[in-house]
Design a protein around this ligand. Sequence first.
Ligand SMILES: [Zn+2]
Length: 147
Amino acid sequence: MQKRHHNPRLAKIHRSYKVDEVASLYGVDKNTVRNWIKAGLQCCDSKRPTLIMGQDLNVFHALRRSKNKRPCKLNQIYCMRCREPRQPESGLIEYQPINEKTANLIGLCPVCNTLMNRRISQAKVEVFASQMGFALPLVDLHIIDCH
Ligand SMILES: [Zn+2]
């Protein structure tokens, strides 16, 4: 089963929650909340019942979310459907300059055939071009030259 992401802004930061309140807020069972505490969620368990600050809940979920994000390598684009960085099919990569600083790379996921997008810096476009194996049109090189 896929790990669920929880909204890191769901809890009210100035409120404290009991374990069962946390469970109903996120729609999970109390054991899940206890696992979160074991996994590093801050709580005041010197008192009974255990109280968890809303702010700590939000921090915990924000951290988890950022840990689950996998960074793309230079030759990869993140596929929203697979939820994985993928190396796009070579020869099918489209390069679209947005402005002098940024460009968009569009590639096809080799696994699920979904179009993937990656915003890149124009300064690095040649690195991406050589890593992913796409050719830069001359007109785009011209844009890089004139800033
Ligand atoms: Zn995919």
